[in-house]
Design a protein around this ligand. Structure first.
Ligand code: AMP
Ligand code: MG
Length: 520
C-alpha cells in the first residue's frame, strides 16, 4: 500500500507542545498530536472504490491487513504524525468555547492526481478535545455518515467524502435517546476524506482568545493552500476570502434545499471553510414536505435547524465567522457588504433553483408566486417531496386537470385530501400548465432536464435504518445495495424501483427514522 504523503497542516501551523492525551484547554496551537486507540479486532465492512482510486490505492490494497489496520488506527503510516484539530464553536446559538476534534483523528494528507486529501478517522479514540466523552463512534452513526456523505457527493453537492467503514471489534456504550438507558453497541470507524477539515470554529477559537497572531497564521495557511488564486494575504485578500466562503456555503445550502437534506446540527464547528457538507450526525431527508421539520430530537423545542431555517442559519454562522476574521481586517464595512449580499443572492439563487425543479428555463416575474404556491400546497397535507418533484416531469401541460392524479403516489394521507385542497392543486396545475406553454422546450427534453435536478433516490431515513439493523446482525448487503443505488440518484434504475417509494408507515415515529439524537 503506497500513499504519497504531503502533510502541510501539521508542518506549517503551530503545534500543541503538550503530548498528554487528557481532556484540557489547548491554547496557542492549531492541533495536538495524538495516537489513535488500539482496537481489538478490526474488520473492514465497506470501502469506496472511487475514493480508493482518488487517493491512489487499488481494490487489492483495500484487502490487505495493512489497510484495515491503518484505517482503524492500529497502524500509523510511516513518516506521519496523526493529530486532532483545535477549534471552538457556537452550539445552538451559544458560544461553547473550545470543542475540537474530540472523536476525529487526522492521519495524514495525501496527494494523488494533483489533488490533496486529508484522511481522517472518526471514532478512533480520545483526544485532548474529547471533554467528557470517549472519542468513539458506533456502527449505527458510522453507517449513516458513510452512506450519506457519498450520497450527497453523487447528488452533486459539495461534501466531505468517505473512504472506508470498519468495525473495531470493541463495544461502545451509548444512551441513544439520552433518557438513562445506555446500551452497548458495536464500535466502528469511518475514514473520511476532504481537501481540508478546517471549520469556521478553527478561526473562532483564536479570535475568542484574542490570539490574532495565530488567527493570521491559520487564515494565511487556508488562503495559500485552498484559495491560492486570491494571492498574497492582505486586508483585501481577507475580504475576498470571506466572500468566497460566503458564496460556497450559499451554494451548499441551496443544494440542500433542492434535495430536501436537513443537516440537523448546523453549529459553527460543523461549518466547513471550504463550503463542504460536514459532520453527518442527526441529519435527515424531508419525506413529507415540511419547512418546520428537523430530524434532531435535541432541537425539538426550538427547531433552530429546521429545513426552512437552514439558509438563515448559514447567514448567522457567516456573521460569527465575520466576527472571528474582524481582527485581521479592522473594518466592518466590507464584511457587512458581503453579509448583505448573501441575502439578496440567496433569494435570487433559490428562485433559480426552484425554476429548475419546475422545468422553467425562461424568466417571468409570476414564477415567484408559482413557486410560493407549490411550497404552500405541498404543506396542505403530507406530500412526499422527492416523489412529487420526480413525477412532475411527467406532467402533460395539455391536460392540466390530470395534474392532481400525478401526485397521488406522493400523498401520505390521501383520505385527508379535502375538496378545498384538491381545488388548490387544480388551480396550481392550471397556472403551471399555462406557464409551461411559454417555454420552448419539448416535453421529452424538459423531462430529461428536470430529472437531472430532481433526484429519484435519496437516502431516506428508513433506508439507512434498515441497513443499520441488518448490519447489526452481520449482514452488510444492504449497505452495499444502497451505496450502489445512491451513486446514480438521478437515473431510473428500474431494478431498484422499490426504493422509489414513500416512507413506510412503521417508520413514521421510529427512533433512527424520524427521531435522531447526537448520541453517535
Ligand atoms: P458534533 O456537533 O456532533 O459534531 O460534536 C460536537 C463536539 O463534541 C465536537 O468537538 C466533537 O468532537 C465532540 N464529540 C462528539 N461526540 C464525541 C465523542 N463520542 N467523544 C468525544 N468527543 C465527541
Ligand atoms: Mg462536529
Amino acid at each position: 500500500m503506497k500513499l504519497t504523503i504531503k502533510d502541510t497542516y501539521n508542518k506549517e501551523l503551530p503545534e500543541d507542545p503538550i503530548l498528554e492525551n487528557t481532556p484540557r484547554q489547548v491554547s496557542g496551537a492549531c492541533y495536538s498530536l495524538v495516537t489513535p486507540k488500539k482496537t481489538k479486532k478490526p474488520e473492514l465492512v465497506h470501502v469506496s472504490i472511487e475514493m480508493l482510486e482518488a487517493i491512489g490505492l487499488s481494490l487489492e490494497d483495500s484487502k490487505t491487513d495493512t489497510f484495515v489496520q491503518t484505517f482503524t488506527g492500529n497502524t500509523i503510516l510511516p513518516n506521519t504524525k496523526p493529530y486532532a484539530m483545535c477549534y471552538g464553536g457556537h452550539q445552538f446559538g451559544n458560544w461553547a468555547g473550545q470543542l475540537g476534534d474530540g472523536r476525529a483523528i487526522n492521519l495524514a494528507e495525501v496527494e494523488h492526481l494533483s489533488k490533496r486529501w486529508a484522511l481522517q478517522l472518526k471514532g478512533a479514540g480520545p483526544t485532548p478535545y474529547s471533554r467528557t466523552a470517549d472519542g468513539l463512534a458506533v456502527l449505527r452513526s458510522s453507517i449513516r455518515e458513510y452512506l450519506c456523505s457519498e450520497a450527497i457527493h453523487h447528488l452533486g453537492i459539495p461534501t466531505t467524502r468517505a473512504l472506508s467503514l470498519s468495525l473495531t471489534g470493541d463495544q461502545v456504550l451509548r444512551d441513544v435517546l439520552y433518557n438513562g438507558n445506555p446500551e452497548y453497541e458495536k464500535g466502528a470507524v469511518v475514514c473520511r476524506a476532504a481537501p481540508s477539515f478546517i471549520r469556521f470554529g478553527n478561526f473562532q477559537i483564536f479570535s475568542a482568545r484574542q490570539d490574532t497572531k495565530n488567527l493570521k497564521k491559520l487564515t494565511d495557511y487556508t488562503i495559500s493552500h485552498f484559495f491560492s488564486h486570491l494571492g498574497t494575504p492582505s486586508k483585501t485578500t481577507y475580504l475576498q476570502f470571506f466572500k468566497e466562503v460566503m458564496l460556497r456555503n450559499l451554494e451548499m445550502v441551496i443544494h440542500w434545499q433542492r434535495v430536501g437534506f436537513v443537516h440537523g446540527v448546523m453549529n459553527t464547528d460543523n461549518m466547513s471553510i471550504l463550503g463542504l457538507t460536514i459532520d453527518y450526525g442527526p441529519y435527515g431527508w424531508l419525506e413529507d414536505y415540511d419547512a418546520d421539520w428537523t430530524p434532531n430530537t435535541t432541537d425539538r423545542q426550538h427547531k433552530r435547524y429546521r429545513f426552512g431555517n437552514q439558509a438563515d442559519i448559514v447567514l448567522w454562522n457567516l456573521y460569527q465567522l465575520a466576527n472571528a476574521l474582524y481582527p485581521l481586517i479592522n473594518e466592518t464595512e466590507g464584511l457587512e457588504t458581503i453579509l448583505t449580499e448573501y441575502t439578496d443572492l440567496y433569494a435570487e439563487k433559490y428562485v433559480a433553483m426552484m425554476r429548475s425543479k419546475l422545468g422553467l428555463y425562461t424568466i417571468y416575474k409570476k414564477d415567484i408566486s408559482l413557486i410560493q404556491e407549490v411550497e404552500e400546497n405541498l404543506q396542505l397535507t403530507e406530500t412526499d417531496m422527492t416523489i412529487f418533484f420526480r413525477n412532475l416531469s411527467d406532467f402533460n401541460s395539455e391536460n392540466s386537470e390530470e395534474g392532481f392524479s400525478l401526485i397521488k403516489n406522493a400523498l401520505y394521507k390521501p383520505d385527508e385530501v379535502t375538496k378545498a385542497i384538491k381545488e388548490k392543486w387544480d388551480a396550481w396545475f392550471k397556472n403551471y400548465a399555462e406557464r409551461l406553454q411559454q417555454e420552448n422546450v419539448l416535453p421529452k427534453e424538459r423531462k430529461e432536464k428536470m430529472n437531472l435536478t430532481n433526484p429519484k433516490y435519496v437516502l431516506r431515513n428508513y433506508m439507512a435504518q434498515l441497513a443499520i439493523e441488518a448490519a447489526d446482525k452481520g449482514d452488510y448487503s444492504l449497505i452495499d445495495t444502497l451505496f450502489t443505488i445512491l451513486k446514480n440518484p438521478y437515473k431510473e434504475q428500474m431494478e431498484h424501483i422499490k426504493w422509489f417509494a414513500k416512507r413506510p408507515d412503521w417508520a413514521r415515529n421510529k427512533i433512527g427514522c424520524s427521531m435522531l439524537s447526537c448520541s453517535s
